[in-house]
Ligand binder design. Structure first.
Ligand SMILES: [Zn+2]
Length: 466
């Protein structure tokens, strides 16, 4: 846990309220207050984002969502969960690390895509609007009722009050659960359709759902958030299995190349979020390259940098065109205080990255920032801007950009970049202050001035959803 702060590129805590009414068609539980906006710890990683997008692309296309700008967001959470909120599909790192095959995650994505395509979230919101008070909504999510019970003392009046609240919410809960079940069935059917359309098996989805059913029946008390948000009665799984087995693609396996990328993702998440031991535990049974990748990551994070570099160079020899091996090389060299050499490695990564992640040019820009000469700082601005063009909401990218402008003595652009950084972190008041400062130095009507004006004019959404 404590190591997260030093891993800022892999794990960036989003202070922006990802305004999810967390009660989406699939939902993030784990906290009681469903109705207010929550801050979700977001993970940014070029390799994992590219892989998950590769998983999702054909499915979203089959769901008719190819042009809907569905944004996939990785959440740093060890629980197995995925949920949708608006145009965003959230997937926990815990789900990615637990799933043994790409097909299991693709199945989850297909199911969530079924919720999006079906407009379930919007309709659920309407249902919730009918639930009269937020207190009832909180009670629907479980903890509320218990808290109410615990908070009241044993005096008759208090207990009676709690009983009434619990009774009312129980009725609402049953209504909502019934409604939710029918949506789950619809999402399952849609998922099967998308999987068939893309020539993929539903075995992974089935396996995921069976895993929850078993976990629940074995432990009794242990409830996984995915289980709670996607109620899975036995007949639902039986129906799913029938449909899955009817498909000509039931026995279709993921390609070896995809499985290898999946394994590499799993060991990476294990190394970063759970440490060396977890990574090595996971390495057992994975193919040679993934296992060596995990070893190199662990050595970089927990061991000595020289040895990590040797291991990474060997990986590059095996797969010279793997952008993320070069990225790791850059990470190691940066940590070794060799920004010039790191710049070379990141440049190669940027060049090889067919997914065109914004994260890599920003990493490259940081190396130029570390070099600090006027020439290097100008390159830093170019690279970071390139990254931000690809990844407009990357708040930390703006902070590096502001730093580069500041060191170049360009105060107006530094202030504007700082304003953008605050804006994309959700700190709108600070954003406005810096936007106004920037405007005083910018030419009226220039692109920078206009951007500052947009920030000044921005009205933050209220915390509570209507
Ligand atoms: Zn669902």
């Amino acid at each position: 846990m404590q190591s997260f702060t030093s891993l800022s590129r892999f794990v960036a805590r989003s202070t922006r309220a990802v305004t999810a009414l967390a009660l989406s068609a699939g939902l993030a539980l784990g906290s009681t207050g469903a109705a207010h906006a929550q801050s979700v710890p977001i993970v940014r990683d070029a390799e994992i984002e590219a892989l998950v997008r590769d998983y999702a692309r054909p499915i979203l296309k089959a769901a008719g969502l190819a042009n809907s700008n569905i944004n996939i967001v990785l959440v740093n959470d060890p629980a197995f969960n995925a949920f949708v909120a608006g145009r965003r599909m959230f997937i926990n790192t815990g789900a990615l690390m637990t799933a043994e095959t790409p097909n299991e995650i693709i199945g989850v994505i297909a199911h969530e895509a079924g919720h999006i395509a079906g407009g379930h979230q919007e309709r659920l919101r309407d249902q919730l609007a009918r639930a009269q008070t937020m207190a009832i909504v909180a009670a629907l999510l479980g903890a509320g009722a218990m808290v109410a019970g615990a908070a009241t003392d044993t005096s008759g009046l208090g207990a009676a009050g709690a009983g009434i609240v619990a009774g009312g919410s129980e009725m609402a809960r049953r209504g909502l659960l019934g409604y939710q079940r029918s949506e789950e069935t619809t999402a399952d059917r849609s998922a099967i359709t998308y999987l068939n359309a893309t020539g993929q098996s539903a075995q992974g989805m089935l396996k995921t759902f069976q895993r929850f059913q078993t976990a629940l029946s074995l432990s009794g008390a242990r409830v996984d958030p995915y289980q709670v948000s996607h109620p899975m009665p036995r007949e639902r799984i039986a129906n799913l299995e029938t449909l899955a087995r009817e498909s000509a693609f039931f026995d279709k396996k993921d390609s070896e190349a995809l499985q290898q990328r999946h394994d590499m993702m799993r060991v990476k998440i294990a190394a970063y979020t759970q440490g060396q031991a977890a990574a090595s535990r996971l390495l057992r049974g994975t193919d040679g390259l993934a296992s060596r990748y995990g070893d190199a990551q662990s050595t970089y994070l927990f061991g000595d940098l020289r040895s990590a570099l040797t291991k990474t160079d060997a990986l590059i020899k095996s797969q010279p065109k793997n952008a993320y091996f070069h990225e790791l090389r850059g990470d190691i060299l940066m940590k070794s205080n060799k920004p010039a050499a790191a710049a070379e490695a990141y440049s190669t990564a940027v060049r090889l990255d067919t997914a065109k992640s914004g994260i890599l040019p920003i990493a490259l820009g940081q190396t130029y920032l570390a070099m600090g000469t006027p020439d290097a700082l100008k390159k830093a601005v170019v690279e970071i801007r390139k990254g931000l063009d690809r990844d407009r909401e990357n708040a930390s990218g703006y902070r590096y950009l502001a730093q580069a402008y500041g060191m170049l003595g360009d105060v107006a652009d530094a202030d504007l970049a700082t304003a953008d950084g605050h804006y994309y972190s959700g700190a709108y008041q600070d954003a406005k202050i810096f936007a106004m400062r920037a405007q005083m130095k910018l030419q009226r009507g220039s692109p920078g001035w206009v951007r500052a004006q947009d920030i000044i004019n921005y009205k933050a959404p209220s915390k509570k959803k209507k």
